[in-house]
Write a protein that binds this ligand. Sequence first.
Ligand SMILES: [Fe+2]
Length: 243
Amino acid sequence: MTTQSRRRLLQAVAAGAYTIPGLYAEALKITANLGEGPFYPDKMPLDTDNDLLVLNDGITPAAGEISYVSGRVLTKSGEPLRNGYVEIWQTDINGSYLHTGGRNTGGYDSNFQGYGRFVTDSKGQYFFRTIKPVEYTLQGAYRCPHIHFAVSKSGHRLIATQLLIKGHPANERDGLVKRARAQGDMLESVMVDFKPVPGSKLKEYTANWDIVIGKTAQELEDGTLGIGLGKPSRPKFNPSNTR
Ligand SMILES: [Fe+2]
């Protein structure tokens, strides 16, 4: 190779001409951050596992349509977030939260756990069994069905957002959805299909949702939230303190 052609090659590499097509173009779309909302449990349930249908050794399951909600937590480059601390919370069938300010007429279904947590595995996977979320009006605000999600790692909140049901007619009535769309985000990143389980006699659904956080796993290990993630809406969250 002549000096001149070597120089051209180096210039071409520097310009990106020799990168493998698609390798860097595959960056994932970061999941919209819809915030924590006002109804994170103000008192934790006695059972905080990933099965929200049954409390401890209870034999009566919560009322509602059984839903298996699972997926992965990924970085924007597609790496799994392992040991990610995934929390979910949602209302019961009556539209009541595990929060003293979030109760609807009809009270709270005492069989519903209302909140659950799961630590992601080496593939970044999480699993929950819960009920299909329902619409509600609380403190004068109407909301389409949703499940609140928060992901933390090393005691730091990385994202707090909400899973919404893809194609649900109530989405069009929801203030949060309207505001996001007015700002140009159609919220595809949080819209999730609830698919009926084939052959199930009960009304059961599966919902699969990958959550993409805006930092790499390495950056998360330094113990800071970094630029662009903003401050968590609650003080430093340490899972080990709340077990
Ligand atoms: Fe909510």
